[in-house]
Design a protein around this ligand. Structure first.
Ligand SMILES: [Zn+2]
Ligand SMILES: [Zn+2]
Length: 320
């Protein structure tokens, strides 16, 4: 098998995206388990309308500005340019999602992206396993490849003191926020603004990743790669555009994910706002990018292993 390199993942002679062991990662596993437990027990006990509002506003801020725009479209894909202070603010919001530090996020994204672009890859990278097994793998484990590619973050980011600080303290970054929430709204704001938000964000992130690699709509296909991405239009709005994952596989560097008519992409609206304010430039779009190899138009087809297997009618309807 010919193994190719991608931006930060440099394939070496032995590099292999298939063989490896799935290992339990205690830190990440206990973190998400603790957040989910506090959310499940604490949320009903501390519910109030203002706590729910805090949850909604903070989730929107951290997922849209932080995760989707700051981490994914800017730090990872460099789909536009922004002043350094703004990049740091957006990445900080991304760290508040509670998933990983900036370097951990880049690695988790890039190793999957690298593996999916090969001719074959391990089941973990493709979300090929059944629902609950995939949940355990993705949220509580990691794949230790026998022969991983060499991982190299660009020097400017790697040497950034603020990013190093965030990487070392990403879990602790919930503490100042929790104290602020406690001061203004007591324990119910802490439960909803931290535990419920973090557990919903992490579980939601896995759910979208799971379904967006198994079936759905596709405007484009990429031939010759191990894994396809699919659009989940019903989730376009609540994921701030990230659910248009088929488009993302087709045009990975595009700042806009909802590229077809009717695909609402709030992350893209935010980038356009930044651009109007003179804070975003050199914006990459399908129209000004080089097409990736193997890309083929398949106008709005519904496909994928899950849809072919017709596994669950409720899920199929939901995902349409
Ligand atoms: Zn993908
Ligand atoms: Zn990506």
């Amino acid at each position: 098998m010919d193994v190719v390199s991608t931006g930060r993942m440099i394939a070496e002679l032995e590099s292999d995206p298939v063989s490896g062991k799935v290992v339990w990662v205690p830190g990440k596993s206990l973190w998400i388990a603790a957040m989910t437990l506090v959310a499940l027990i604490g949320a009903p006990m501390t519910f109030s309308v203002d706590a729910l509002a805090v949850f909604v506003v903070l989730t929107a801020l951290t997922i849209c500005l932080g995760h989707s725009v700051g981490m994914h479209r800017l730090l990872i894909h460099r789909s536009f340019q922004a002043p350094l202070w703004l990049e740091r603010v957006l990445v900080y919001f991304g760290v508040l999602v509670g998933m990983a530090g900036p370097f951990g996020m880049i690695h988790a994204h890039d190793i999957r992206d690298w593996a999916q672009r090969q001719q074959a890859c391990h089941d973990l990278f493709a979300h090929r396993r059944p629902f609950f097994e995939d949940a355990f793998w993705q949220m509580h484990c990691a794949l230790a490849l026998d022969h991983p590619p060499r991982f190299m973050i660009e020097e400017r980011v790697r040497r950034d003191g603020f990013y190093r600080f965030l990487e070392a303290t990403w879990m602790l970054q919930q503490v100042p926020l929790a104290l602020l929430l406690f001061a203004f709204g007591g324990i119910s704001w802490v439960v909803w603004g931290v535990a419920v938000r973090v557990s919903v964000s992490l579980t939601g992130h896995w759910l979208i990743g799971h379904f967006a690699h198994r079936g759905g709509e596709q405007g484009w296909r990429v031939d010759g790669v191990a894994v396809q991405g699919y659009n989940l239009p019903r989730f376009g709005l609540v994921t701030f555009g990230e659910a248009y994952h088929g488009n993302h596989h087709a045009f990975p560097e595009s700042a806009r994910l909802g590229i077809e008519a009717g695909q609402v992409d709030l992350g893209w609206w935010f980038i356009r706002l930044l651009s109007h304010l003179g804070l975003a430039s050199a914006i990459k779009l399908p129209s000004n990018m080089q097409r990736r190899a193997g890309l083929r138009r398949v106008a709005a087809a519904v496909g994928g292993p899950d849809t072919q297997r017709k596994s669950c009618p409720v899920l199929r309807t939901l995902l349409r």
